[in-house]
Every structure is written in C-alpha cells, then in structure tokens.
Design a protein around this ligand. Structure first.
Ligand code: UN1
Length: 513
C-alpha cells in the first residue's frame, strides 16, 4: 500500500504535537475529574495519534447533567422557531467546515474520504431538515365531547437527554439524536464514541459557534464509565443509544427500572435477495457497496446475499472477481475503496468469525479471509474483503452480526423461501431485492419484516427525512430521523379548555340514566 504525501504528512505532524481535547460542560472546555486522558489512534496507522481525550467518570457526568438541568428551563421556553434559527446556523457552520471535519473523521475512524464526506453531509442534511421542524412541531385539535369545550394536543420536551453514540457514523448518528432533541426543547449530555471523540467535538464546537446557549449541549468523553453513569443518573429522563444489541439490552433494563424513556438502535443482519431475472451486474455492484462500504461497519451492511439458484454460480463468480480487485488501504488515500476496521478488538472479532465460517460452519471461503500485515498494512487493522459461499441459513456467519468486511452468500429456489431466509433473523433493520418484476418486488416489500426495504439497490442509503430503525432485536420500536423522531424527544400533552362557565362533569358522567 503506497502512502500518499498527504497521509505521510498527517502522520508526521501528529507525532510532533498531539493535541489535547477537553469535555464541554456548561459552555466551558474542561478537564475530566480524574485529570486522565486516553489516546485516539488512527486505525489505518496506529502510530498516528489523532489526539488525547479526557477519560471521564461519574463525577464528570454529574457536572454535565447539572449543567443541562440549569439550562433546561430557558431553552424549553425559547420559542421553537428561535431554537431552529440557531440550528440553521449550525448547519451552515458544518457545511463551511465540511472538508476539515471529513479529513479528521477519516483519520480517527478509517472510512474512506468520500464516505466520511457523506457522513458529515448527512449531519448537515439532518440539521437543515430537522431544524425546519421548529416551525412545525405540529400538534392537533379535535372536537370535545361536551359543549363549549375545546380539546387539543401539543408536544412537550422530555427534559434532559443522554445520547450515547457509536463509532461507525461519527457525525451523522450524533446529529440524528442531537438536532431533534434540541429543536424539541430538550437539553443534552452526549457520551461520545471512544474511538471517534474528535468528530463529536467538532459537532459540539460548531454548536458553540452557532450560539447554542451554555449548558444546552454538554459532552463527556471516555469509555463505558461515563456511559453507565449517564444511564443511571436520576435526572436524565431519556437515553438514546446506538450500538450493540448486548449493551442496548442492559441499557433497556436499567431504564425500565427507573422509568426512563429509552430509544435503541442496535444490530442488523441485513440481506439482499437477488432474483433470477435481476440485472446481475447491477446486483453485484450493489452487493459490493452494501457489503464492503465502510468496511462492513454499517448497521445496514449487506452481510447476507440471498441468491436464486439459477444465477447463483454466475453471480458469485462475478462478485468474487470484483471483490478481489477492491483496493484496501488508508482512507486518506484517494484510491482506497475499503479502509481499516475500527480497532484491535473489532479486528479480532471479525477474524474469529472468519474462522467460525471455515471451521465450524464449513462454508466455502471464496475470497479474502486474512488480516493484511505487510508493509504499511502492519500498522493498521486491515482485513481482506471476504466472501463465504455455500452458506446455510442456520450457519453462524449467516445469522450473527459480524460488523466487518465479510458477507455470506446463501442460495434459494423460490421467492417465498428467500423471504423466509431473510426474515429468519433475530434482527430486522434493512433488506433489499434485485428484480425486474414489479409483482415480485411489491410482494417482497409487503412480506419482508424489516424497518427499511430497498428495491434494486443495496441495504444502505437511508435518507434523513424518512424514518430509520428496525424490527425485532434491532430496536425497541422507535424510529430516528424523519418526523417520527419527534415522538422520541417529545411527550404528548392533551389540553382541555372548558369555556361553558359551569361545572361540566367528564362526558362519561353526564349521561342520563
Ligand atoms: C448505519 O448503517 O449505521 O443508510 C447508518 C445509510 C446511512 C446511515 C447508515 N445514511 O447508509
């Protein structure tokens, strides 16, 4: 892997001077209570230290929640269109800094520049779109059952929201949570993803520059300790979490005991169905993008390819030929198509799944399967794009979320069988079908039990104005993005106004017997 000048320069300068970052609490950039820091390493080259970030604990969370509490009343009483005006400014600041934020994201997270740019763009889109809700936040009026009585329903903010964000979309996913929380009038404490704190800090610095009042947005950095403290804090009313199903389940249990609102976006085992009438070249390109984009570290990654037996051989041959040509490397290099995976633990987990595929499932390893260790690769967490064929629907590689550049090809003979294979999963985030047949595509759209479904494209590509989330083990029934996200960050208040000037009992008690 040849390193571009830009990548070399980045590495060299970071060795000389490693910047220290702080938590953002009550409008101040402050050290953690412990005074300790952790290093954020570039997963493409671990000798490149992106920065040093405060290792926070429960004391830092206490301070951040207190700041959010202090700011809550004023922010809640700020008219929503005014809150939105500030958010529109935030959108402009993100847009103006897109190139810098993109490069920094690639450096800390590893995804290729184009995708990092897309990630920042998604935060911009989310900000503009959701800020628009400041002039809507619709409620409704409805006739009351009694004369001279008025009935209506409005949204009210929930209070202090704890946002726990993952590594794979370092700016987009925090924005999906932050912007709606703010436009609805809540104050927030964000626990940044420990592998990507810089992108959260870039987002929050932009909030500061946009003029969001002190204490409305707070950030604590660190590992699981501040996350746990946030979930357990009695003044936090809502937790919004994106991450693994195991962690999400624990969060849900704690929140249930404390009657907290909890919104979870967790795992996926997304599948593309390729019918025998599909445009195969298009299906191959879609599968390539769906399976190996972001090195397979998307919740929506196409980790199962369910292919009609009639085209199975042709499809897999074409796919494997293309996969072998994918250029793996440092995301800062413009030619790179597949970057590293996020850290050593993720790499070990993915490699162990490849071993399971070979030794336990006894699937066919059609290509890939190894860590790349030669030359510049040895400083990073690079895994060859990997395809398993002859995978059975019950194989572990066909059932469990791998979250890496690995996909499994499964064959079928009828559309009903294919749908059954796709639905036979504990997850239900995204699905797709490639076919030229309108009847088959509508039937699949009806029968696939996932939160998102695509026709003639891969399982990824969700847009910010449509709801995002999944069925079964993927979530807990909530949806982010779209206007549906407002149901997470507000609670309904029903209002009754009696202008009759006399006692009117509840309508059920006024009936003559
Ligand atoms: C994710 O898969 O983790 O649909 C989020 C997409 C992006 C968001 C994906 N807009 O690919």
């Amino acid at each position: 892997m040849a390193k571009t000048k830009a990548a070399k320069k980045q590495t060299k300068s970071s060795k000389n001077k490693t910047e220290k970052y702080q938590n953002y609490i009550g409008g101040e950039w402050i050290k953690s209570a412990s005074g300790e820091y952790f290093e954020n390493l570039n997963p493409a080259d671990t000798s490149d230290v992106v920065g040093r970030f405060p290792k926070s604990n429960a004391e830092d969370v206490d301070k951040a929640v207190a700041a959010a509490k202090n700011a809550a009343t004023k922010w809640r009483r700020t008219p929503a269109p005014k809150r939105a005006e500030i958010l529109f400014r935030l959108g402009e600041i993100l847009r103006d800094n897109k190139d810098e934020f993109t490069r920094q994201m690639t450096r800390e997270m590893g995804k290729v520049l184009k995708e990092a740019g897309g990630d920042v763009q998604e935060a911009i889109d989310c900000t503009y779109y959701t800020a628009g809700e400041g002039r809507r936040l619709h409620g409704f009026t409805t006739p009351a059952e009694m004369p001279n009585k008025f009935a209506m329903c409005v949204r009210q903010p929930v209070g202090i929201c704890g946002l726990i964000t993952p590594f794979n979309f370092p700016m987009a996913i925090p924005s999906w949570k932050l912007i709606p929380a703010l436009v609805c009038g809540n104050t927030v404490v964000i626990k940044s993803g420990e592998d990507v704190p810089l992108s959260t800090i870039n987002l929050v610095k932009s909030c500061e520059a946009a003029g969001i009042p002190k204490g409305v947005v707070n950030v604590v950095n660190g590992y699981s300790e501040p996350g746990e403290a946030l979930v357990n804090h009695r003044d936090v009313r809502l937790i919004s979490f994106t991450g693994s199903t195991d962690t999400g389940r624990i969060i849900a249990e704690v929140c249930a005991r404390q009657n907290k609102i909890v919104s979870l976006e967790m795992g996926g085992k997304n599948a593309i169905i390729v019918m025998d009438d599909a445009d195969l070249d298009n299906a191959v390109e879609g599968s390539l993008w769906g399976a190996f984009g972001t090195s397979g570290q998307r919740c929506t990654a196409s980790s199962r390819l369910v292919v009609h037996e009639k085209v199975y051989k042709k499809f897999t041959e074409k796919l494997v030929e293309r996969v072998k040509k994918l250029k793996v490397g440092n995301g800062l290099d413009k030619q790179t198509e597949v970057g590293p995976v996020i850290n050593a633990a993720a790499m070990e987990k993915i490699l162990s799944y490849i071993e399971i595929g070979v030794n336990e499932d006894k699937a066919t390893l059609a290509c890939g399967g190894n860590r790349l260790t030669k030359g510049d690769y040895k400083k990073g967490y690079f895994i060859e794009p990997t395809v398993f064929t002859d995978v059975d629907r019950n194989h572990r590689v066909g059932q469990e979320e791998i979250f890496g550049p690995v996909t499994s090809v499964i064959s079928f003979s009828t559309l009903d069988e294919a749908i059954d294979i796709v639905n036979d999963s504990k997850y239900g985030l995204s699905s797709a079908i490639y076919t030229q047949d309108v009847n088959q595509s509508f039937y699949a759209m009806q029968e696939l039990y996932t939160g998102i479904c695509y026709v003639n494209s891969a399982t990824i590509g969700a847009e910010v104005h449509l709801p995002f989330g999944g069925t079964k083990g993927t979530g807990n029934g909530h949806r982010e993005a779209g206007t549906q996200v407002l149901d997470i960050f507000t609670e309904w208040k029903s209002l009754y106004i009696d202008y009759s000037g006399k006692l009117q009992k509840a309508q059920i008690d006024e009936v003559e017997i």
